[in-house]
Design a binder for this molecule. Structure first.
Ligand SMILES: [Zn+2]
Length: 252
C-alpha cells in the first residue's frame, strides 16, 4: 500500500497526479465514459431526425398524385375532343344529305332527321362531359400550384434543418473522437482487473460503476457507509465496494 496510502490534497499538481489514488483514475474514466454515452445518445437522436419527414413524404406523394390526375384528365380530354370532331363530321354528313336536295323520299328524310337529332343529342352529352373534365382540370391545376408551393416551402425548411443537423453531428463526432482518445489514455492507467470490475458494474448500474463518497454517504445509493469501509476505500489500493449498491467507492 506504499504508493497510494496517502493522498495529499495540498501537494503540487505534478505530485498530486503522480500520487493519484487508483480509484481517482477510475472515477475520471467514468466521467469520460458518461460524456461519451451522452454524445452517442445525441448522435443517435440526430440520426433519427435525418432523412425525409412524414410531412415531406406526404406532400411529395400528394403532388405526384395530383400530377397524375391532371395527366389522366388531359388524355381523357383529348379522346373526347377527337370523339367530338368525328361526331361533328357525321352530323355534317347527315345534314348535307338532309338538305342537299338529292333525297326526296319523305320517309327517308324523316329517318335522316331522326338520325340527326340522335347525333346532336350525343354531341351535347359529349360536350357536357368535356366541360366537366375541363372544370376538374382547372381545379386540379390550382390545387397542384398550391401543393407545389407548400412542398417547396417545406422542402427548403427541411433542407436547412438537415444541414444544421449534419453540421451538429459532425461536431459531436469530433468531440467523440477526442473523448475516445482520452479514454484510451485513461484506460492505460487502470489495472486490468479493476477495469473489468468497472466495466461489469457499469453495465449493471446504468453507466455508473464508481461512487464518490461525500460526508460518509455513498454517492450512488446514498446510504451511510461504515467508517471502516470509508477508511479502507481511502487508503487501500484495491477497489472497495459499497455494501448496498456494489459501486466502487472513491473518496476524494
Ligand atoms: Zn452505494
Amino acid at each position: 500500500m506504499a504508493r497510494y496510502s496517502v493522498y495529499n490534497r495540498h501537494a503540487t499538481l505534478s505530485s498530486a497526479v503522480a500520487a493519484m489514488h487508483p480509484m481517482a483514475y477510475l472515477y475520471a474514466l467514468q466521467e469520460t465514459d458518461l460524456a461519451i454515452d451522452s454524445l452517442r445518445q445525441q448522435i443517435a437522436q440526430i440520426d433519427a431526425q435525418l432523412g425525409e419527414t412524414e410531412e415531406l413524404i406526404q406532400l411529395k406523394t400528394q403532388v405526384e398524385a395530383t400530377r397524375k390526375r391532371i395527366q389522366q384528365l388531359h388524355s381523357q380530354q383529348r379522346d373526347l375532343e377527337l370523339e367530338t370532331l368525328s361526331l361533328q363530321d357525321k352530323i355534317k354528313g347527315v345534314e348535307n344529305k338532309l338538305y342537299g336536295g338529292e333525297i326526296t323520299n319523305p320517309k327517308e328524310l324523316q329517318g335522316l332527321l331522326e338520325d340527326l337529332q340522335a347525333l346532336k343529342k350525343q354531341l351535347s352529352l359529349l360536350e357536357d362531359r368535356l366541360l366537366t373534365l375541363m372544370i376538374e382540370g382547372d381545379e386540379q391545376e390550382k390545387a397542384l400550384r398550391k401543393q407545389e408551393e407548400r412542398l417547396s416551402q417545406v422542402l427548403t425548411a427541411w433542407q436547412e434543418e438537415q444541414e444544421k443537423l449534419k453540421a451538429e453531428r459532425g461536431q459531436l463526432e469530433e468531440q467523440l473522437r477526442l473523448l475516445e482518445a482520452q479514454r484510451d489514455a485513461q484506460v492505460a492507467q487502470v489495472a486490468p482487473p479493476f477495469l473489468s470490475l468497472y466495466e461489469g458494474l457499469r453495465a449493471r448500474r446504468q453507466g455508473r460503476a464508481v461512487a464518490k463518497v461525500e460526508r460518509g454517504l455513498c454517492g450512488g445509493c446514498h446510504i451511510a457507509l461504515p467508517v471502516s469501509l470509508v477508511q479502507r476505500a481511502r487508503t487501500g489500493s484495491s477497489p472497495v465496494q459499497c455494501s448496498s449498491c456494489e459501486r466502487i467507492l472513491y473518496v476524494p
